[in-house]
Design a protein around this ligand. Sequence first.
Ligand code: AMP
Ligand code: MG
Length: 412
Amino acid sequence: MISVYQAREIILKNILPLKKSELIKIESALGRVCALEVRSKENIPPFDNSAMDGFAIKASDSHEASRGNPKIFKVIEDVAAGYTAKKELKSGEAIRIMTGAPLPKGADSVVMVEDTELVHSPQSTVHRKKEFVKIFKEIKKGENVRYSGEDVEKGEVVVKKGLILKSGYIGMLASLGFSKVKVFRRPRVAILATGDELVQIKEGLKPGKIRNSNSYSLYSQALKAGALPILLGIARDNRKDLESKIREGLSADILIVSGGVSVGDYDFVKDVLKDLGTDMKFWRVAMKPGKPLAFGMMKSVPVFGLPGNPVSSMIAFEQFARPAVLKLSGARDLFRFRLPAIFTEDFEKKKGLRYFLRVILANKGGQLYASLTGPQGSGILKSMVLANGIAELPEDVEFIRKGKTVEVTYLE
Ligand code: AMP
Ligand code: MG
């Protein structure tokens, strides 16, 4: 029996990115994998501008200004965001400026409005308004100025190939003038449930039957991993049905079969896969839940035989199929972050197996705690409903005491 890490290595070694890409609108690009390095063709911001509403001045004019010793400036112009000042500012002058407006020529800094007070000249008339402003603070050159290129410089790589596009990237692409982005094609993941006991969601339950739930949890997991899932329905526990449905699945980029991979009398999945020419790489992994887990390559199509138990199939997807989908998608990062958390109970485990416990992560006073969701049986699907984290207990551990630190993957 191989370890979780060995299994992952074998899977990822056998999978190559699909490489095909498509050009899509940035509005549809959230979660997609960027297929092309994106370089900025200009500076962001494109011009020096004000970070505050206030008055643009020459900083040296504010020397020793304070509440008790205000400096008076003549206000020569107003400039709003979207416009440029017409006049060039000279010593002793100020230009009223709004956030985002270009810094006027001659000015080198901005005093924020809160540190100023407007003074209306007694000679001012409706037609010729002469305004002055008192400045109560000495400011430094460059204060409250956002310089051109301080966010992104022309020529800088802002989105790297293989990155999963988050909202920040999408905003950045718009800001750089791209309305479309090249992304990798989504891998098609075919999902097949197996079992004589399975009925479809809306079919009536007869004695001995249960509803097929795995297809749907796997469907949503595949979707979340950025794939295009395809439901192949339910195959019965006989070679003929399995063979025809598995063949159908081989036109996808990955085939996922759930159930029928353990050692029961009706577990034909492995045999059928082998008969169809699949190069089986392994069929048992030292983990709990999820031990019966087969992986092979049917020519270039990776095939996963996941355990039938609802929790096992979800955990196995998360640990093995998800990174496989991401690698096919051309993504750089294949694994989720793990965080240390304090385990809140005593727990005994079997040595030699890696455990994936469903936990509820809670932040108490800045410290992360992980508590079991309840019974951890591989058929307790509620554990996946309640969990927001999966705690991993390594192979060599036999017992974990309450208060010890465990590594937890946060499931968003
Ligand atoms: P198997 O791996 O086929 O021996 O199945 C193990 C357990 O998982 C059995 O109790 C099955 O009834 C259950 N099971 C298998 N496939 C599914 C499915 N698609 N949805 C829900 N439960 C399943
Ligand atoms: Mg079965």
